[in-house]
Design a protein around this ligand. Sequence first.
Ligand SMILES: NC(=O)c1ccc[n+]([C@@H]2O[C@H](COP(=O)([O-])OP(=O)(O)OC[C@H]3O[C@@H](n4cnc5c(N)ncnc54)[C@H](OP(=O)(O)O)[C@@H]3O)[C@@H](O)[C@H]2O)c1
Length: 321
Amino acid sequence: MSKDEVVCVTGGSGYIGSWLVRLLLDRGYTVHATVKDLNDEKETKHLLALEGADSCLRLFQIDLLDYGSIVAAVTGTVGVFHLASPCTVDEVNDPEELLEPAVRGTQHVLTAAKELGVRRVVVTSSISAITPSPNWPADVVKREDCWTDVEYCKQVKLWYPLSKTLAEKAAWNLAKEKGLDVVVVNPGTVLGPILPPTINASMAVLLRLLQGCTEEYPDFYMGPVHVKDVALAHIMVYENKSATGRHLCVESISHFGDFAAKVAEMYPSYNVPRMPKDTQPGLLRAKNGSQKLMDLGLQFIPVEQIIKDAVESLRGKGYVM
Ligand SMILES: NC(=O)c1ccc[n+]([C@@H]2O[C@H](COP(=O)([O-])OP(=O)(O)OC[C@H]3O[C@@H](n4cnc5c(N)ncnc54)[C@H](OP(=O)(O)O)[C@@H]3O)[C@@H](O)[C@H]2O)c1
């Protein structure tokens, strides 16, 4: 199936971005993928090695704070996938390091898209714009109309969830103000085969777990999802004109303790810690939390396969024995 369209993927060099570029090339799209440094082989080599890259992939260097660099990457495209954003679950010294590129970057990308006549923008938000939401009713499963509590994030210094929440809100505000067609994907903890030579924040969570780390991520976890499904979800909401609003993208809504127990069961030779049953206070479990994407035809890869693909990739790259 040849799509014969030119689209832009910001953050194309990243963990999810690389998979998205790969699936788009496979479908016949021509892709403008953005990287932070065109001279850094760690960002470019794995993309240039993708099938179809020689004829259908162009790389652009952008800085999310530099509007002109984004205009160059978006020019000539009819669709934009905005993934680029600083991504970490570790402590940060200066919150602005996360907040500024996340929020201003989103504003720059959407403004450029509108100015250049782009038809649809897919914004990669996160479950971090859905949870932590301590005031959500305890007997209702969290879903797309649930938003992260901004004041709670500021109080307990949760800068990554704050950055994703403010960035997504900025996207919806701009979409309304400028009449731009925006649709959002909110992935959970993304795991699976790694294409870039470096490891991203979510795969580092699994790596640390295999190494015995006891962190339970009470405010950062809502369920796992395979990286291929996340890339596919982006394409589905882009291509399917009936897709609107936010799309929670998890294999299931579950606790980090459930995930750790499954990893321990499948890989008993690693030093995976035992955790309490409920690691995410107040989070109701649900198998079909991502019903909107399922209704669009997405069949989520089961958690066992997510873990297998992720661990095998970490092993293959030498992160664990
Ligand atoms: N991984 C997850 O579990 C998860 C879950 C939900 C949502 N998300 C969201 O998915 C998106 C991609 O995440 P990922 O896991 O693929 O992380 P990643 O591998 O760290 O990718 C992030 C990408 O953004 C680029 N970027 C960051 N700051 C930039 C800046 N100032 N200017 C230009 N480019 C910049 C990075 O470029 P460099 O490679 O050069 O740094 C990289 O290509 C992010 O928006 C993230 O918040 C991720």
